[in-house]
Design a protein around this ligand. Structure first.
Ligand code: GLA
Length: 330
């Protein structure tokens, strides 16, 4: 079983108000190698300390399960009501806490490992519920849906209200580069605050998904107004990004990423001085179309689009297929 990580190309903090996003599953992820084990999950990780021993069905509070990565495993088993598990190992080449959705990858790998054979959307919805129960953070569906539904060679344009995915080809002639900057800090409470601020905006102007930049002026609170301005402008950037990606207009793609970062920094306030400086430095480099922070924020990774080879101090990532059973030879 393999589930990829994801890098969000654009559409940040739009999913929990039913907006749009263009994440891309990457050629790094989590691989689960396992054999059936009645009534139990026994799991070790090649990359993280600890061993998970979980009697099924699991009825406790997943957030308290040890080791910490085991909470996502237990939570997924609980969501699925699994009574038979497996013995196995996990291997990962996506760092945890870096904004590349290692937890969503783990949930999806475990879901398929436990034999869940529902649709990509059903897997994503189950994994999202598992994430909420494991972390208490009210995250959206983008990460799990991308990881469950992606096809090789494509980014996923997700409509988080309609729950549809459009697979948009990512041309070979550009590099998508991910650069790790810093482990995230403070994400949980800050994320929940942003969700609450967006809900306040919606109580004044209705669904942000349908709102226009003019509507924002009706919001009195300057912070809530700024949050709404980010979400509304970001949804438009996603539409423009998808159009430019289909047209191979890399200059426009880069400019949208730069504008998206500025909006996260100034209006959504999820960036940090360190992330801003790293984005600015990448954007100065020859051959870079545009760079931005990716994921929930307060650290994590940058994503950049550039001419092949223009950025050598990062991971060039390829658009990959979603969660899947690996052939027997690996
Ligand atoms: C985290 C959440 C997602 C999404 C992003 C921000 O990755 O899990 O649902 O909200 O942050 O775009």
């Amino acid at each position: 079983m393999h589930a990829p990580g994801r890098v969000n190309l654009i559409g940040e903090h739009t999913d929990d108000t039913g907006g749009l996003a263009v994440p891309m599953a990457i050629d790094r992820g989590i691989t689960l190698t396992a054999r059936p084990h009645a009534g139990m999950i026994e799991l070790t990780s090649a990359d993280e300390p600890g061993r998970l021993t979980l009697a099924l069905p699991f009825e406790g509070d997943p957030s308290g399960v040890q080791p910490p990565w085991g909470s996502f495993v237990a939570s997924m088993a609980q969501q699925l009501g699994a009574s038979d598990g497996f013995s196995g190992t996990l291997e990962s080449d996506i760092p945890a806490g870096a904004g590349l959705s290692s937890s969503a990858a783990l949930e999806c790998a475990i879901g398929r490992g436990l034999g869940f054979d529902g649709s990509a959307l059903e897997l994503a919805q189950t994994a999202r519920r598992a994430e909420h129960a494991a972390t208490g953070v009210p995250t959206g569906i983008m990460d799990q849906y991308c990881i469950a539904a992606a096809t090789a060679g494509h980014a996923t344009l997700i409509d988080c209200e309609e729950l549809t995915v459009e697979h948009v080809p990512v041309p070979d002639e550009i590099d998508v580069v991910v650069r790790f900057i810093a482990h995230r800090t403070l994400l949980g409470s800050a994320y929940a605050n942003r969700v609450a601020e967006c809900a306040r905006a919606e109580s004044v102007i209705g669904p942000l998904r349908n709102a226009t930049p003019d509507d924002v002026a009706r919001i009195d609170d300057p912070i809530v107004r700024a949050r709404a301005r980010h979400v509304i402008s970001e949804n438009q950037r996603v539409r423009d990004f998808a159009t430019a990606l289909r047209a191979g207009d890399y200059i426009t793609l880069g400019n949208l990423m730069i504008a998206g970062h500025a909006s996260l920094r100034d209006d959504f306030a999820t960036s940090t001085a360190q992330m801003d400086a790293a984005v600015d430095e990448l954007n100065q480099r020859p051959g870079v179309f545009g760079a931005r922070m990716t994921g929930g924020g307060f650290g994590g990774c940058l994503v950049a689009l550039c001419e092949p080879g223009a950025i050598s101090d990062g991971w060039v990532v390829r658009p990959s297929a979603g969660a899947r059973v690996l052939p027997p030879d690996g």
